[in-house]
Each structure stands twice: as structure tokens, then as C-alpha cells.
Write a protein that binds this ligand. Structure first.
Ligand code: HEC
Length: 707
């Protein structure tokens, strides 16, 4: 009997003799990320290193509701051979997981399109099966058998303050524990942001069961980490947007918490600011905090933990240790004891730059560096690290620009000259999350290596609106204050954000109003604007000439003084060459395998290609969104790249064994499951990021039937 079968028998025995929840068997894909511990692992081995090259596309499901900028970031789940996923317009659907034939489609008639990364599933009996996902600000509970809504609740409620005019949604599905759905949220990155408290709702009634204040109230632990005793009433953010993991046996929820708002200036939120930028362990029954670990103190760089900390078991000093692992936007890996939250490998509080901050800002003198484990991305950009694949004149240009920026440390403060953020706002690690192989102790993490430039500006210099203006002038000023950070000067688009030139052909005034009132995917809602201000924006952006000539009479809404900051940023800009390539030398995307038992990198590959460099024999990698999956068949599957491919690597060596073209980029994590005796690999092909064409389909691969 081989070792594998032997341990299978032991597992069976353990299951028969115990009432405790069974350890995750990793045979299916019933939860976002594969299993409740979210380790992206599949125990299936029908597809293995010897036959993976014979994988074929077996079905493609077109949702038929994509548009020119739509996306799908969903990691679909599969229950009893039914695959559940979400379309670009946030319709929820059920498919036969073997054939891709639709069973039902539920249409919430969404006007607010948020990024949606998946759904959560609950079952109490065959007739009571429920799915949960978020559309706009509403958490929906949908009957998984019939495809009809059971209830919905507005996530603006229960937050302990009036946030109805602020942006609240949820991108990553909640976690089902017992009869509760536990949910985090995405809120604005601006000063005017809702707090990101974590909440548990009753799956049957939608009633609030518990809340954990990520920005603590007086008397709660962590309250003293905010210098301003009233901060908890005004400051927002500290939201858990990148999903949870769960140790179901012990009833412990692991939650990542993002930075407090406003992202880039903390003068009105001085102090370390717990529980922003923390990994949290909460009692899943009550929401009580067990421990926390802060990965960045007083964050002013938007360094949210981009994925949940995931429970793993590692060998350390000859013993098995239950731990959680967190990969970060900065390229660090934090490995903590699961019970205590104490680092298993050394983490040093290192001195970081303390001068050069904007007036009113107080930088943390030290920051945690995970020094005992390898970093998986470059952490500093200097002249020697610039891109030399472009013509000399372009190299000189990026050298000149770099000389004008502040750079050098992960924690160089935001500045008016421009500060290099590297790794960038989208990592190193991003929301795809890592994969962990419980059999080998290897962790697989994909990373972006793209520098971004953060430039701060005086808010006083921002254009003002007043009643001597025309509606057109006011619209232009409002655009500069509210929209330009993303949509760029002259509405030309910037970074990952679309151009608004010519949108008058796409939107009626009503559609435009509903879009800016409810937000769309990475675009927040602008409920803080008065109707007159929105009218002026519409007149400007939709080029309504008659409207533009009228006199502007709208008064701005009265805003909380906490939201009036002395500084703003010019937005999210990548540091690119004239030709549009990253200003840093390749690799621009990587996949790294780290042995968590030994604390070493086992292999590292460049991930993805630009055709024009590939033809010159240069393997550059591309930015990537969506995570890997590791299988017992010896494979790591990943799409995520901007070259519209899905790939399989040998999990031990990193050798590329298979790749296939997708109809659009698969900016999502694949799902691996068995149905009808076959192993399937499914990936959402939504494109739409990194200026790539949008797609509207889910594609399934399996071994050909003749094998
Ligand atoms: C934080 C970044 C951000 C800000 C600020 C922002 N947007 Fe957007 N906007 C986006 C993104 C991202 C999209 C693409 C949405 C999607 O993926 O569906 C978008 C899409 C749009 C679209 C639709 C474009 C199309 O081609 O269909 C319009 C119109 C628009 N924004 C208007 C505005 C206006 C007006 C403002 C200011 C009041 C604004 N945006 C502020 C990020 C932003």
C-alpha cells in the first residue's frame, strides 16, 4: 500500500470516530479559493504532469452581457456538479459543470456594477441551499436550486454611523460559518469613506449577528492607537476587501484589513491606527478578537494586505506547527503562529525614513520587515534597475524622471515631487491570493513588478466652483477635483482607467447619473456631490453645449471637516516608458514557489509574455491579476497574465508543461473540480484590465474523452 492510500485510510478512520468537522479533503471546489482555508489546492490527480499537455477546451459558456470595458474576476464554485458563477452585469448563474449547459440565470437588474470575485454557498438540507453575493451595496441571498432571490440587505446599514451617502460594496464573497455569512466590504479610498467593520449575518433572516469594529470604539482594544479620540466617528476605510479564510474546526476566522482612508495623507488619522493593515484572527462565533498583527504602521502608501492570511501547517524545528501565511503588496511573506499571531520567522521593526513627510503628517519611525523569509519581488527602484529594452532616448527620459522623484525605500513618504511606489499599488501580491500545497509545504505566489508614481498636491490649489461660473466651467472644475485622478487630464484615461472622451455616445444623462451615484467596479460612487454638481459634471462630460452655457447655481454639500484635507493626490499613475512599457527592467510578472518548511525559494519563473519581446527571444513577464491553483497531480495552473493564456507548471521544478490561448485574458483564479468522473479546469475570461479587450465567457478544459 502506498503512503497516499495509507493516509487516506487514516483519514477515513478519523472521520468515523469523530464528531468534529472533517478536515478539508480538497476534493471539490465548494468555496471561493477552493476550500474554506482558501489555499487554492486540489487533491485531484487525473490530470498530471504526464498528460497535462493533452488538456483540451471542452466547453465555453458565453454570458452575453459583456461590454467594451467589462470584466469577470470570478473564481467559480462547484456543488454537486453544478457550477455557480457571475456575469459581467452581475447576473448569477448555475451551469451543468460537465457540459456548460445553463440551468438558471438570476438577474438582479444591477445598475451598480461592482467588481465581483465570486459567491458563497450554504446548505442546511436539499431544499435549503443558498448562495450569497454582493451587487452594488446589497448582499443578496439567492435560492441555489431555483435561482430566485430570498432576501437582500443594504450593507450601508449596521455600520454604527450614517454612511448612506458613502460608497459601500463587497468584491470578495463572504465566508459561511455555521448559519452565518461573514462579510467584509470595499469602501472609498478618499477621506469621505465608510468604516470597514466586519459583520456576520444570519443566513436565514439576514439579521446582524455580530460586528467587529476594525476602527475600535472607546473601551475596545486598539482604540488608543488613534491619537484623535474622535477618529472612530469620522475616519473610514480599514476595510477587509480581499476575502477571508477559516479554520472551520476551531471556529477561527482570519481577516486581512486594509489601510484607513484617505490612503495617502494621514494628518487627520495620526497614530498606528489599529486595526488598519492588520491580519486579524477572530472567533467566528462571536467576532471577538483573538489576536492581530500589523504589517504596516500608519499606512500612507495604500499597502493593504491584498489577500486573506491562509492557514497552513509547516515543519519548524522538527515539529508540525499550525500557522497562517500572509503575502503582501510589498513582497514580504509573514508566517505567524495560528494560535498566538507571533511570527515564526524573525520580523524586525526597522527604522524607516522619518523626514520629508507633508506638513501635519507623522510617520511611524519603524516598520515591520519580515527578514526570516525570502522576499518574492524587488523592493526598491534605482537607476541601475531601469528598463533598457527601449531606445536610448527613452532610457534617458526615464532616468531624468527618476532623478526628480523620491525613491529608495518601501517607506519613502508621499511627496509633491512624486514618490516611486515599488512594488506598486497592485503589488507584488494582489487579490488573486497564493496557493499552498499541504503535502509539500510549498507556497506559490504570483507577483507584479511595476513601479507607480504617487504625486501629492495642495488641496487649496484645486479648482473651486462658485456661482459666477457657467455650468460648463463648474463641470470642468468638478472633473478636476473628483475624476481626473483616475480618468486623467483632458479625460484621456490613465493607468487602468478608461478615457471619457466620446462617452456621450454610450450614456444618456440618466445612465450617467446612475453610474456616478452608484460607482462601477474600481470606480467609487460620488454620493457626496449635490444634484447640481452632478448636473454640471454631466454637462461637461456628455458635452451638453446648451447646458454648459447656463449659470452654475448649485451649492456644494456640507462636508465633515475630517474630509477636508490639505493635500490630495494626482491619482494612480504607473511609471512607464514613452512606449508604454514598465520603467523598471523585467521581469514584470513572476511566479515563485517558496518552501515554507525551510524558508527558501525553490523556483521562480517569469510569468507571461509581450509578443514583440518574445519574438526577440526576451521573456519579460506581464502584470497579472488572479491567483494560481496547485494540484496533487503535480501541477500549478495559472492564467492572470495580459497575454490571454492559461498555463500549467510542474509544481516541483517550475517547468512550463502546457499553455492554451483564452478568448480574453483570464484575470481570475481558475477552479479545479471533478464532475462525471472527469477532472475540469475552469477559468473566467473577462479581460477588460490592462487595456485588454473584454470577454464574456467561462472556459472549461479537461482531458479528451478518447484517453
Ligand atoms: C478611483 C478611480 C476613479 C475615479 C475617481 C473616477 N472614476 Fe470613473 N471609472 C473608473 C473605472 C475603473 C472605470 C471603469 C469601470 C468598469 O470597470 O466598469 C470608470 C468608468 C467611468 C465611466 C464609464 C466609461 C465607459 O467607457 O463606459 C464614466 C462615464 C466615468 N467613469 C465617469 C467618472 C466621473 C464623472 C468621475 C468623477 C465624478 C469619475 N468617473 C471618477 C475609475 C474612476
Amino acid at each position: 500500500m502506498n503512503a497516499c492510500r495509507f493516509s487516506f485510510l487514516l483519514l477515513l478512520l478519523a472521520a468515523c470516530h469523530s464528531e468534529a468537522p472533517k478536515p478539508a479533503a480538497y476534493g471539490g471546489w465548494r468555496t471561493y479559493g477552493g476550500s474554506k482555508d482558501n489555499i487554492h489546492y486540489s487533491a485531484l490527480s487525473q490530470v498530471d504532469t504526464s498528460n497535462v499537455a493533452q488538456l483540451e477546451k471542452v466547453w465555453e459558456y458565453h454570458t452575453l452581457d459583456g461590454d467594451s470595458i467589462s470584466q469577470i474576476q470570478v473564481n467559480s464554485i462547484v456543488i454537486d456538479s453544478i457550477l455557480y458563477g457571475v456575469t459581467p452585469k452581475l447576473k448569477l448563474f448555475a451551469l451543468n459543470a460537465v457540459t456548460g449547459e445553463p440551468k438558471w440565470v438570476y438577474d438582479p437588474a444591477a445598475t451598480a456594477i461592482n467588481a465581483c470575485r465570486g459567491v458563497a454557498y450554504y446548505k442546511s438540507s436539499d431544499t435549503d441551499q443558498r448562495l450569497f453575493y454582493t451587487v452594488g451595496s446589497f448582499l443578496y441571498c439567492v435560492d441555489a436550486v431555483k435561482g430566485v432571490m430570498i432576501w437582500k440587505i443594504d450593507l450601508h446599514n449596521d455600520l454604527g454611523r450614517d454612511v448612506k451617502d458613502l460608497f459601500v460594496t463587497s468584491t470578495t464573497p463572504g465566508m459561511v460559518y455555521k448559519d452565518m455569512i461573514i462579510i467584509g466590504c470595499r469602501v472609498a479610498e478618499e477621506a469621505a469613506a465608510a468604516p470597514g467593520h466586519i459583520r456576520a449575518y444570519d443566513v436565514h433572516t439576514g439579521k446582524l449577528r455580530w460586528i467587529f469594529h476594525t476602527i475600535p470604539y472607546p473601551g475596545e482594544a486598539g482604540y488608543e492607537s488613534w491619537k484623535d479620540t474622535a477618529a472612530y466617528k469620522h475616519i473610514g476605510g480599514a476595510n477587509s476587501w480581499s476575502g477571508f479564510s477559516l479554520d472551520e474546526e476551531k471556529g477561527v476566522l482570519f481577516a486581512p484589513v486594509g489601510s484607513a482612508s484617505f490612503d495617502f495623507y494621514g494628518g487627520k488619522r495620526l497614530g498606528d491606527g489599529l486595526f488598519a493593515n492588520c491580519m486579524l484572527a477572530l472567533d467566528a462565533n462571536t467576532g471577538r478578537r483573538i489576536w492581530h498583527f500589523q504589517t504596516v504602521h500608519h499606512d500612507i502608501w495604500d499597502r493593504d494586505p491584498p489577500t486573506p492570511p491562509v492557514p497552513v501547517t509547516v515543519q519548524k524545528d522538527g515539529a508540525s506547527v499550525e500557522a497562517v501565511v500572509q503575502t503582501t503588496k510589498t513582497g514580504f511573506i509573514f508566517l505567524l503562529d495560528r494560535k498566538t499571531g507571533k511570527p515564526l520567522y524573525p520580523v524586525e521593526e526597522r527604522p524607516v525614513p522619518t523626514s520629508g513627510a507633508l506638513p501635519g503628517e507623522e510617520l511611524s519611525p519603524t516598520q515591520p520587515y519580515s527578514v526570516g523569509l525570502p522576499v518574492f519581488a524587488r523592493q526598491s527602484l534605482t537607476e541601475a534597475g531601469l528598463n533598457h529594452l527601449v531606445p536610448d532616448t527613452s532610457v534617458s527620459e526615464i532616468e531624468r524622471r527618476l532623478a526628480g522623484y523620491k525613491t529608495g525605500s518601501l517607506f519613502t513618504p508621499p511627496s509633491k515631487e512624486g514618490t516611486v511606489i515599488f512594488p506598486g499599488f497592485d503589488g507584488a501580491a494582489e487579490w488573486g491570493g497564493p496557493a499552498f500545497d499541504p503535502k509539500t509545504g510549498l507556497l506559490y505566489v504570483n507577483a507584479n513588478e511595476m513601479p507607480w508614481i504617487l504625486t501629492m498636491v495642495d488641496a487649496a490649489a484645486a479648482p473651486k466652483t462658485d456661482r459666477s461660473m457657467t455650468v460648463g466651467q463648474a463641470g470642468k472644475a468638478l472633473y478636476a477635483n473628483n475624476c481626473m485622478a483616475c480618468h486623467g487630464e483632458g479625460r484621456k484615461g490613465a493607468g487602468n482607467y478608461p478615457s471619457l472622451i466620446g462617452v456621450k455616445k454610450k450614456y444618456t444623462t440618466d445612465q450617467f447619473m446612475s453610474l456616478i451615484s452608484s460607482g462601477r467596479r474600481m470606480m467609487p460612487a460620488f454620493k457626496q456631490l449635490s444634484q447640481g454638481e452632478k448636473d454640471a459634471l454631466a454637462a461637461f462630460i456628455l458635452e451638453q453645449e446648451a447646458q454648459q452655457k447656463k449659470v452654475f447655481t448649485a451649492a456644494p454639500k456640507v462636508v465633515d471637516p475630517y474630509y477636508q484635507l490639505p493635500y490630495g493626490s494626482t491619482g494612480y499613475h504607473k511609471f512607464l516608458t514613452k512606449e508604454g512599457y514598465p520603467a523598471v527592467a523585467p521581469p514584470w510578472g513572476t511566479l515563485t514557489a517558496i518552501d515554507l518548511n525551510k524558508g527558501v525559494i525553490v523556483w521562480k519563473d517569469t510569468l507571461g509574455d509581450y509578443q514583440e519581446f518574445k519574438e526577440r527571444g526576451i521573456h519579460t513577464g506581464t502584470e497579472n491579476y488572479g491567483g494560481p491553483v496547485v494540484t496533487a497531480g503535480g501541477l500549478v495552473f495559472i492564467a492572470a497574465t495580459s497575454d490571454s493564456k492559461i498555463r500549467a507548471f510542474n509544481k516541483w521544478t517550475g517547468r512550463l508543461l502546457w499553455e492554451a490561448d483564452l478568448p480574453a485574458c483570464g484575470f481570475a483564479t481558475p477552479s479545479v473540480y471533478e464532475a462525471g468522473g472527469r477532472q475540469f479546469l475552469v477559468i473566467a475570461c473577462g479581460g477588460g484590465k490592462l487595456k485588454k479587450k473584454s470577454g464574456d465567457s467561462y472556459v472549461a478544459f479537461a482531458l479528451g474523452l478518447k484517453q
